[in-house]
Write a protein that binds this ligand. Structure first.
Ligand code: ADP
Ligand code: MG
Length: 451
């Protein structure tokens, strides 16, 4: 058999096993270029497809190849050379090479500290909108517990509170490896309080928190109305404060704007340094876009950055979302998006958001993307191949459809809302450190909105 014939037989079989959308996305333009020493070399038209063939389809590709020719022992994947060059931009800017991207290490949230190593001071862009909060954070991290206590950072959604708080945590660990740092979203704190009361483990809960040197509680606005949690937090706060342990808090507004917060807790929150993060101006938004693009190993034309920065003004997370769309476009098409392309891609965000998408559509798109059946996704299987896609489906339902947790649970054969919360949080946390996951979700969303 020639290489072409061999590959055609493989493709014919694969086509029977995977969804047509996946076949088109991952196998279009692939070929076997050579066979040497029992090794088959497969070329993909872009890096994205290569990664997927390697990570997701290698098993089935190998099985079929081996079935066709028992001598085949190994498969290797490459991106076609001519396509790598497209990353050299006009104006001489050269983005990172393929190798650089592959060297990018997946960063994982640390189990002990719950910190995401991706959030550092190095990749935190400072402008007048956040400079006070940044300066306070930097001063504090040199001498935790003795400068401002607590540090209370507030600002709107997606403007960098979590990033800054986690950067403090990561930096504190770097400077003082013996110190115990703990990052906790306030909802998690609440759940722990509730569970500890239920299981009568209040003592171990208390001692766990009281041995922390730097305690970071994110989004304390969610403590609103939760009296028992507030009470526990008040005790934790005092115990740490008396021992000169650092406490860092974030919220969507200043302490006085948090409704039904007990007076004594409010005055604690106001007792240290309060710093706000406002909106970045146009120039800063451009710098943020460039920084993020560089981190991902890409560079886009100046006018594309300008266009995104002038379209998205109020949320850095959305800036990143737009950038991600361009990254996926470039990876799939091997072409740097120009201004026109950028405009169409961004239009899809705005139009897509208004369009009617249903839970069913989301679930089908996710199942299809992972070559699963809808009923596998909905059923109670705990198999790894199913668990992750299911969590992603729940996450998308939450993010895109704004479904309530019980509602989402009901779409998955009546799963408990706590399972849904756990799933959504898990995906959200992993998204922070795993750019492959970001792109996967981006692709799924594109299928949802474009179908
Ligand atoms: P918040 O907690 O305020 O909702 P996040 O900290 O989650 O916002 O930030 C949203 C996204 O924007 C994150 O991916 C973060 O890395 C990024 N981001 C926010 N502020 C900055 C900044 N000053 N420099 C670089 N990236 C930022
Ligand atoms: Mg946050």
């Amino acid at each position: 058999m020639t290489n072409e014939e061999l590959w055609e037989s493989v493709l014919a079989q694969i086509q029977l096993n995977i969804s047509s959308a996946n076949f088109a996305t991952w196998f279009k333009g692939t070929k076997i270029t050579s066979q040497e020493n029992n090794q088959v070399i497969i070329y993909a038209p872009n890096s994205f497809a290569k990664e997927w063939l390697e990570q997701k389809y290698n098993k089935i590709i190998f099985k079929i190849l081996h079935g066709l020719d028992g001598g085949i022992k190994d498969v290797k994947y490459f991106v076609e050379k001519q396509n790598l060059k497209t990353k050299t931009l006009k104006g001489g800017a050269v983005s990172a090479t393929e190798e650089d991207q592959l060297d990018f290490q997946e960063l994982r949230v640390d189990r002990e500290t719950n910190l995401n190593p991706r959030y550092t001071f190095e990749n935190f862009v400072v402008g007048s909108f956040n400079e006070l909060a940044h300066a306070a954070a930097q001063a504090l991290v040199k001498n935790p517990g003795f400068i401002y206590n607590p540090l209370f950072v507030y600002g709107g959604v997606g403007l960098g509170k979590t990033h800054l708080l986690e950067a403090v945590g990561n930096e504190a660990l770097k400077n003082f490896s013996k110190k115990k740092v703990k990052y906790v979203p306030s909802e998690k704190f609440t759940r722990e309080v509730v569970a500890s009361i239920r299981n009568q483990e209040m003592e171990s809960f208390k001692s766990k928190y009281q041995e922390v040197d730097v305690l970071i509680i994110d989004d304390v606005q969610f403590l609103a109305g939760k009296e028992k949690t507030q009470e526990e937090f008040f005790h934790t706060f005092n115990a740490l404060y008396e021992k000169n342990k650092q406490i860092i808090l974030s919220s969507d507004g200043p302490p006085k704007a948090i409704p039904s917060l007990t007076e004594r807790l409010r005055s604690r929150f106001e007792g240290g340094m309060i710093a706000d993060i406002s909106l970045p101006d146009f120039e800063t938004r451009v710098v943020i876009l460039k920084t993020k693009a560089k981190e991902k190993g890409f560079d886009f034309p100046e006018e594309v950055y300008g266009f995104i920065a002038s379209t998205i003004k109020r949320n850095i997370r959305e800036l990143e979302g737009a950038l991600n769309r361009l990254v996926v476009y470039q990876k799939i098409n091997n072409r740097t998006p120009d201004l026109e392309v950028a405009k169409t891609l961004l239009k899809k965000i705005t139009i897509g958001a208004g369009r009617q998408i249903t839970p069913k559509k989301v679930i089908l798109a996710v199942a299809d993307f992972y070559d699963l059946r809808e009923k596998d996704l909905i059923a109670h299987s705990r198999k790894k191949e199913v668990v992750k896609p299911r969590q992603i489906a729940m996450y998308i339902l939450r993010e895109e459809l704004k479904g309530s947790y019980p509602f989402i649970g009901s779409k998955f054969g009546g799963k408990d809302h706590t399972t849904v919360i756990h799933s959504c949080e898990k995906v959200a946390r992993e998204l922070g450190g795993d750019k492959g996951l970001e792109e996967e979700i981006e692709l799924i969303k594109q299928r949802i909105y474009n179908s």
